[in-house]
Design a protein around this ligand. Structure first.
Ligand SMILES: Cc1ncc(COP(=O)(O)O)c(C=O)c1O
Length: 385
């Protein structure tokens, strides 16, 4: 990497070793400053549209919507701002009720995050539909399948899904592919070319917390109605009992948007444009290979990921993963333990919990050396925690 991007991230200058990027990524100074710029200079609602600043704020929302559409190979009228992946997936599952009928099946990957499992279980219970968990999505899609919900990139054991094959098979049976792209968005191309629905949180793409995207392909959007209602989405009331929605994407965005976060997210997108996903992949691969080799030198370690994965899961013989994460965490080395909200994992894998190290392009070999050194020094850590 030609430029030293790491120095743009103030949190990383605090002497911490940050290795939980799958949970939240750090924010560059441009993103941090954009938040205060919004509140200092542009803190006007889009509803205050008949004003100089109101017009600027609306233009910013339109611009960021366009940039997200470009990122996903979609168009702006397919992009809905939400509060995060969880809200996006819940919203779409509620909308999908309008498209589901008795006898339809919902196909879920065992490796899904709970946000892409529980909403579907609830819908299935309500509509009396079958939910099928799968380890091989392409093989398990059939004429009953109406929804296939998975993550292009998982947040636990990397599954290397073939998104194109999943999509092609889905289209043979007219099924809808819901891509939880919470992880993929920061690591590879995410596109409408092989997804009908895309959900992600800006928080995992170097952007702010509290903002997410729900992207819905136009043909599906045209056959569903909003499921939450309020100001900004209503065209008019026809009489005291009925109303009609706006014909624009705002019909799906009642209430005031997280404008400061939208302001900030533009800067995160600019950074990604500058670095490029290809470069990020290259850096991550080199770091992930190094991490794997270094972890192998730790006594008693068992690694559950493949060499090169940006998420690496491991266990160390005789130590509980939570104890390891807690030991490291108190040394300011940030990793995670558990099953990472992927509760169906226990049905698919032998182990139920792991230590997780997840990389971002701003990590370096020094971070990995510090992690490995701490793990080696901590041979007796259970006795002094
Ligand atoms: C694959 C995946 N899906 C969904 C989520 C939920 O994202 P959020 O908590 O931002 O809504 C996460 C968060 O870790 C995730 O990794």
């Amino acid at each position: 990497m030609k430029k030293n991007y790491r120095k743009l991230f103030p949190m990383l200058n605090n002497q911490i070793v940050y290795l939980d990027n799958a949970a939240l990524t750090q924010k560059p100074i441009s993103v941090i400053n954009a938040g205060s710029q919004f509140y200092k200079k542009y803190a006007i609602s889009t509803r205050t549209s008949d004003s100089k600043l109101g017009i600027i704020v609306q233009q910013k929302v339109d611009l960021v919507r366009q940039k997200v559409a470009n990122l996903l190979n979609g168009s702006p009228n397919e992009i809905i701002f939400t509060s995060g992946t969880t809200q996006s997936l819940n919203l779409f599952s509620l909308m999908a009720k309008q498209l589901l009928n008795v006898g339809d099946e919902i196909l879920l990957s065992y490796y899904n995050h709970s946000s892409n499992i529980i909403p579907w279980l609830e819908i299935a219970k309500e509509l009396k539909l079958q939910v099928k968990f799968s380890k091989n999505l392409v093989a398990d899609i059939n004429h009953k399948t109406k929804i296939i919900a998975y993550s292009q990139v998982t947040n636990n054991i990397d599954q290397h899904f073939d998104s194109d094959s999943i999509y092609q098979k889905a289209k043979q049976f007219n099924a809808i592919v819901v891509n939880d792209a919470a992880q993929a968005i920061a690591h590879e191309k995410v596109s409408f070319a092989n997804s009908d629905i895309i959900a992600f949180s800006t928080n995992k793409l170097y952007g702010p917390t509290g903002l997410g995207i729900l992207a819905i392909k136009q043909d599906i959007l045209q056959s569903i109605n909003p499921v939450i209602f309020g100001g900004g989405s209503v065209e008019k009331m026809i009489d005291v009992n009925s109303w009609c929605k706006k014909q624009t994407i705002e019909a799906f965005e009642p209430g005031t948007l997280n404008l400061a976060a939208i302001w900030q997210f533009e800067q995160a997108l600019n950074l990604i444009d500058e670095i490029t996903i290809d470069e990020i992949q290259k850096i991550n691969l080199e770091l992930a290979n190094y991490l794997y080799d270094r972890l192998l030198t730790v006594k008693g370690i068992e690694i559950f990921s493949q060499k090169g994965d940006f998420i690496t899961l491991f266990r160390i013989k005789n130590y509980a993963p939570q104890d390891i994460a807690s030991y490291l965490g108190h040394k300011d080395i940030y990793v995670r333990s558990g099953n990472f909200c992927s509760k169906a994992l226990s049905f698919a894998e032998l182990e139920n919990d792991y230590v997780r190290v997840s990389l971002a392009f701003y990590n370096n070999k020094n971070d990995i050396n510090k992690l490995v050194k701490a793990l080696k020094e901590g041979g007796d850590f259970l006795s002094f925690i």
